[in-house]
Design a protein around this ligand. Structure first.
Ligand code: ADP
Ligand code: F6P
Length: 320
């Protein structure tokens, strides 16, 4: 392994820069030149890559986003696009590739490995925590901290006015961010795509809270359930509570990564380079327990992370 390349693809997540830095510096420390590909598969197809020095990744460990930039690229889903991508790797003499991204990006990595023989290792980078096989992905911890900070802030103003707030959080089809932030932020309930909700029970719960003298209520709604505005309108109409709605949006995905995400990203970047050096391919770095393992992409792609129903029950119990 003399030359490897690294890219970030799909939705960005805080800690991606720390992962790139780790790949670059671990590579350089082991005599490997590291190329940075711009804008994920799009940049790979268009052959936009450059050799990265140690200095290129200075001051990156604490920066959110990804300095290599990211993209979603439909062309890469076609055979034609994939062949162009492989040809760019060959033109630059790349022996191994590190793909940092979500489920879709890792599916692309698996195709490159299985259909074209490219040596590839993926890193799970997504705030959604929907990637099978790893306890958590790069960016989840930071996103949760962002959400909890927002809930704390909203709690202040909600209590002053005896209001109910509906806070919509990201997560695509996964309710993890909603449930965990509801627990950590002391919200009344989390509405998630994995479990149908019962409007009357939620209204009864909120009513009881106000009767007991509590001065605010917060409901976390995962975007996969639907629009917070639609839910909020019905909730206010039927429940009769003064309600405000907030969609947190991309604020969740930005900002300086937490200590946890920096360490996770750094360990995973290191494991990916060492994996490539040891001849591994078609794997993803996964956090299992406290260890980083290389798990075959064939065991990951197409599988759905099991939702832990006990967490939702805990959120409900804590807010009674
Ligand atoms: P994420 O990686 O965050 O899940 P996407 O699902 O948008 O984000 O995927 C990012 C990119 O990965 C896509 O734009 C595409 O280039 C590539 N990709 C996604 N799914 C596939 C697929 N089934 N086959 C090949 N490439 C894919
Ligand atoms: O997958 C990460 C994510 O932030 C999801 O939570 C969200 O549904 C989606 O990406 C938003 O995508 P975009 O940045 O393209 O609006």
């Amino acid at each position: 392994m003399k030359k490897i390349a690294v890219m970030t693809s799909g939705g960005d997540s805080p800690g991606m820069n720390a992962a790139i830095r780790s790949v670059v510096r671990t590579g350089l420390a082991n005599g490997i030149e590291v190329f940075g590909i711009e804008q994920g598969y799009k940049g790979l197809i268009e052959n936009r890559m450059r050799s990265l020095s140690s200095k290129d990744v200075s001051n990156m460990v604490y920066r959110g986003g990804t300095f290599l930039r990211s993209a979603r690229c439909l062309e890469f889903k076609t055979e034609e696009g994939q062949k162009l991508a492989v040809s760019s790797l060959e033109k630059n003499g790349i022996d191994g590739l590190v793909v940092i991204g979500g489920d879709g990006s890792l599916t692309g990595a698996k195709i490159l490995a299985e259909n074209y023989g490219v040596k590839v290792i993926g890193l799970p980078g997504s705030i959604d925590n929907d990637i099978y096989g790893t306890n958590t992905s790069i960016g989840v911890d930071t996103a949760l901290n962002n959400i909890v900070h927002a809930i704390d802030t909203i709690n202040d103003t909600a209590s002053s006015h005896d209001r109910t707030f509906i806070i919509e959080v990201m997560g695509r089809n996964c309710g993890y961010l909603a449930v965990m932030s509801a627990i950590a932020g002391g919200a009344e309930t989390a509405l998630i795509p994995e479990v149908p909700y019962h409007l009357e029970s939620i209204i009864a719960k909120i009513k009881k809270r106000y009767e007991e003298g509590k001065t605010r209520s917060v409901i976390i709604l995962a975007e996969g359930v639907g629009s917070a505005y639609d839910f909020g309108k019905t909730f206010e109409l039927i429940g009769g509570f003064e309600t405000r709605i907030i969609v947190l949006g991309h604020i969740q995905r930005g900002g300086s990564p937490t200590y946890f995400d920096r360490i996770l990203a750094t360990r995973m970047g290191d494991a990916a380079v060492r994996g490539l050096m040891n001849g591994k391919t078609s794997c993803m770095t996964a956090l299992t327990g406290r260890e980083i393992e290389l798990m075959p992409l064939s065991e990951i792609i197409g599988r759905k992370k099991v939702f832990d129903a006990a967490l939702l029950k805990m959120a409900e119990d804590l807010s009674t």
